[in-house]
Design a protein around this ligand. Sequence first.
Ligand code: PEP
Ligand code: MG
Length: 951
Amino acid sequence: MLSLSKDDVRMQATAGNKDEALAVLCDILVEDGLVDAAYLQGLKDRETQSSTYLGQGIAIPHGTPSSRDSIKQTGVRLVHFADGVVWNDAGDKVHLAVVIAAKSDEHLQILQNLTKVLSDDVSDAIANARQADDIIDALNAKKQFIQQARLICLDVPAVDEDELYLQALQQLKAQNLISSIFLPKHEPSKLSHALSCVVLENHPALKGSALAIAANQTQALAVVSATASIDKDALEQAYDVLMSDEFAQAITQGDKAAVLTLLGIDHQEGWVLASVVLPIAHGLHARPATALSELAKQVTGDVKVCVDDGDYVSAKSLTRLLSLGAGMGQTLTFIAKPQTDAAELLPKLVEAVQAGLGDEVVPITKTTRKTTPAQDLADLAALSDTKVDHLPILDGEKIPAIAAAAGLAVGKAYVIKPLQFDYPMTADVPADELARLNAAIDAVKNELTALIADAKKAQIAQIFSAHLALLDDEEITTGAYADIQAGKSAPAAWHGFIEKLANAQAALGNHLLAERAQDLRDIGQKVLLKLLNQQITTAPDSPYVLIKEDLLPSDVANLDPACVAGIITAVGGASSHSAIIARALGIPALVGAGGGVLTIENETTVLLDGSQGWFVVRPDEQMVSDCQQAQIRYREQKRLAGEQAHLPAITLDNHRIEVAANLGNVADTADAVTNGAEGVGLLRTELVFMSHTQIPDIDTQIADYEQVFDALDGKPLVVRVLDIGGDKALPYLPMAAEENPFLGLRGIRLLLAHPQMLRSQLTALILASKGRDLRIMFPMIGRIEEWRAARAILDEVLAEYPHDNLQVGIMLEVPSAAVLASHFAKEVDFFSIGTNDLTQYVLAIDRGHPQLSKDADGLHPSILTLIHQVVQAAHAHGKWVGVCGELACDAKAVPILLGLGVDELSMSSGAIALVKAQIRTLSFADAKALAKQALQCQTASQVRQLTEGAL
Ligand code: PEP
Ligand code: MG
């Protein structure tokens, strides 16, 4: 790496022209032993290719690659020509020649640094330099220790230095300045009362520095890269700044603008700034973007926003906000001029974003982020004539599709084919076309206003409000107006412009945001229909299965659940608006079924299973009647079971089994109790954490857990400490991407890597319980060492906060732990079998795999054998066993689990009453015999067949 230092400066050089100057430069390099004389030709050749003039009186002469043979040693010299030398045809004068002899491409770095310098006006300083120091000072003026504002994080909700460290690394990772966030942390040194510094000496993976400042402003941590590639002078300057009183003051005042200024980082001159992580699973799509722009429009001053490292756009423009493509977990940074109403609005904007802008605040998980193979297929099918698109739809055959909204449905097909529009491309009188377009837009706005007033669901009203705001957005209308003025007809201008916007949105590379292109197309189509006086065919009155290429949000909103039995779309993902609304309306739905569905004839009978993800065209009578029977049975069973939800689950021969609830949301506890839960068998605390936009501090956690204890009113609470990793990520906890996340740093492995996080969660649980019945379990325990390490941390906490009504157990979901259950049983108080993961790991089938997950059946004899073993081992040591995976509420599994001796079943609240009712119809003796038989089976389907008679 070449660097510029005082010793390399040569003052008082003179030359009458560029050729003479090059000769002077070459002589200096020769004199210093860097090159031989032949290098001069290389310098000249390079100038012939193009001038090396950089600007502001600086040139960067260097030889051509072929002259590298003349270089003896890599080096750089800064040669000052007080009178200047004309360097190019434009007559620009060079006062400073930075002449480089570089054996490879080292000069590029110099070039980059100098380019940064040039954003400030240093020309006078360079021209008038009298001594070497003047040159170095001028060039160092802009050297930055932290190069981007984004590498400075304020308001980090960190409880300790480790978390600040992680946050700093996360920012570096986001800017591609490190390849992994798992860099070992060296002992930090204290720079001021508030600031510590971790210097990562010569760490090849780190190519930048970052600063994280705690939300309470008591602590800040700089992660400093001190590698060969980092400029030492810049680093020294940075230390001076970091240790200064002004810097400490800027930190403690949380004044990011001052921090940036002190570090010499470009930011909108003097503008105040506020950053916030976007906590909306579907990203900044039309609805929240509308809310944001509406809020921004309340002020007269300019307020801009950017996402991560992108450009700033006006926060008032809905279209611009959408163009940001901000996804969940990305950082929005708002800026505004100080002392304006816009500046005062920044905290409100941050608050509004944190509150989700009207959307649910949930974290994006890896699963929701990634495009599933099935979605890929569906998208491909939509885009091209692929095989998938033309898969023959054979009568009576189950065709797979993406399950979008649960439930069974059967009805006549009502197929809406893509609309065809026919209109002239040009028009003679732009004023007439403008009037037509405005009239059509106004008509649609009126319709939308009426729809908003009539909407029965809040989500539907919100979608229409977003559509209304889109139509109000000048960015949209002015684009179409311009095309009309250029001679296009109103429909051609409107359609063309909307398509352009929608395509840009769809190309954002974020699957979730790309789906928002549909909102634009939806309003586009509505206005177009008005312009062309076209109507969409009306739906039949009798219950039907709606089939469309894709559902526009307004299609779904127009649906009456009483008339629409089910929905199938050719394209789309499970996270599309349509799917969201279908779920909200409780209409069974499939998406991404392929273009072939559009060839289904109207009135054909279609049966679909929105839970399992398949449909059948022209099902035989038996299938239809089975489906109808199943629907009737289900409704009746549910009604009866609900009436007896509070009776215990005792078999005919008097064997009792506990039935508890799986919860991921503390507010649902009371509902679970109402549904008959005898306790909470699995509190998925990672989901509780996910409802917070930042890592909940200990008091927030205590408040959450207290809510559960209070609602349980003495019933036991089994809490699983954070199970992060696999397909579950916390937006505020940086995690390195892994090849196999389910086999990676997940559950207890992650917790043991962050002992402080585990310790604070355990402390919060114990304090919240106030001696009530608390059962803590650790997720993903595979090895006894992991259990003991976790237990040791708990013991440390217990030493400080003793608890005498506490049981400690493990989730049994890793096969190794199941195999060694007899050893674990000596040390734990209980096991809770997580059949979802146990099945995935035993059968080696990704539990979310679109094609394979249907074969990940927890009733496979291999799983039952392990459960049997675990129960035997536990009971031999007087310990209890629960099952908290989905298998626990599978009606076919219940008798077998009962027969295997499981003591507790834990499931989603909605299933509790039904399972309790089912158990009351069973005999324990029969269940044991059934379980014995099941253990002899070879396949899951054999086991399922066995249970037919038992139901
Ligand atoms: C399980 O694996 O069965 C389980 C209950 O845990 P989760 O589904 O949360 O991974
Ligand atoms: Mg699990």
